[in-house]
Ligand binder design. Sequence first.
Ligand SMILES: NC(=O)c1ccc[n+]([C@@H]2O[C@H](COP(=O)([O-])OP(=O)(O)OC[C@H]3O[C@@H](n4cnc5c(N)ncnc54)[C@H](O)[C@@H]3O)[C@@H](O)[C@H]2O)c1
Ligand SMILES: [Zn+2]
Length: 339
Amino acid sequence: MKKTTYKFSNSSVDYYFDNSFSNLKNIADKKTSIVITDENVFHDHQNKFQGWKTIVVKAGEKYKVQFTADLIISQLIQLEADRKTTLIGVGGGVITDLVGYVASVYLRGINFGFVPTSLLAMVDASIGGKNGIDVAIYKNLVGSIRQPSFLLYDTSFLKTLPDDEWENGFAEIIKHASIKDASMFKELETNSIETYQKNKKLLADLVKRNAILKTKVVQKDEFEKGDRKLLNFGHTIGHALENLNQLSHGRAISIGMTHASIISEKLTGFKDAKRITKLLLQYDLPTFTDFDKQKVFEVLKMDKKRERKEINFVLLQKIGKARIKTIPLKQLEKIIREL
Ligand SMILES: NC(=O)c1ccc[n+]([C@@H]2O[C@H](COP(=O)([O-])OP(=O)(O)OC[C@H]3O[C@@H](n4cnc5c(N)ncnc54)[C@H](O)[C@@H]3O)[C@@H](O)[C@H]2O)c1
Ligand SMILES: [Zn+2]
């Protein structure tokens, strides 16, 4: 079976692109593996799980918490999981984050792999080894960096993915194109969510291209000292809006990217903010929205990306090329007021 192996600092990950879930048995041993999924994925794809020991957890970000990790751990004990066991997370980013986390701490770390089933998990969440859980209001507060041993891609899972979740995935895809891949940006400009939904090959290629793009960024900078920070494009203002306005992640970062592009025009001479907003709208994502600027700024001040009296902000120089700029908080406050 065709696989591509990517090396990270102390492990390597086998990627099985454009593949089928039915091949999972050729990658992981049914006897020593335990599949972990959520209720929605299990409900929509029940037949796929036949013959696999499966733990099903409740779906949604609300359940990406220690309590669910504890539930999984007690089932692992019941199933007599040991150091030879492989955990396989089959689901969206909540499941991959959670399973990566449990696999990192159970018996001080056991083998794990992923079958991402949401577009967002395929192009983003399952890649890069970050895993973890939320604690109270703090997202991803507890976790570790540890790579899965394999990623199996089966885009036919996406047939049951709800519409809103497509938007979340495309927000990250547009982010990738904006910061790293001008030719993918052009491809996106000639398509829409519908054209990708209708064309299996086009979709599988897009997923693969994005997965490789993120993988290469992480490979260069696994522990987020430089280039990996570019993946935060749109996420600084986006995260603040996600919390304040109760928006989905994709919608929030779409608005975040809109404003980051406008700030880029002011600070780097970027000229294509209009092209960014046009593309976001084309993928059913929001661009401008009224928000309480003072409140957003207050949240930004507390952001984990803050270093002393300044904030690291990802700006575009041109489409496909981004850089980090350190902006003093005072200047950022003024810029946000003027947005
Ligand atoms: N580790 C990372 O680097 C990283 C990067 C980005 C996001 N994340 C995390 O990923 C999470 C978001 O991921 P997500 O958007 O996939 O969320 P999710 O896992 O909650 O999935 C979204 C919804 O879609 C459902 N779903 C998933 N696949 C389906 C399918 N094939 N058919 C039907 N329903 C399906 C899920 O049950 C859920 O209701 C967040 O917790 C975020 O913090 C992590
Ligand atoms: Zn994101």
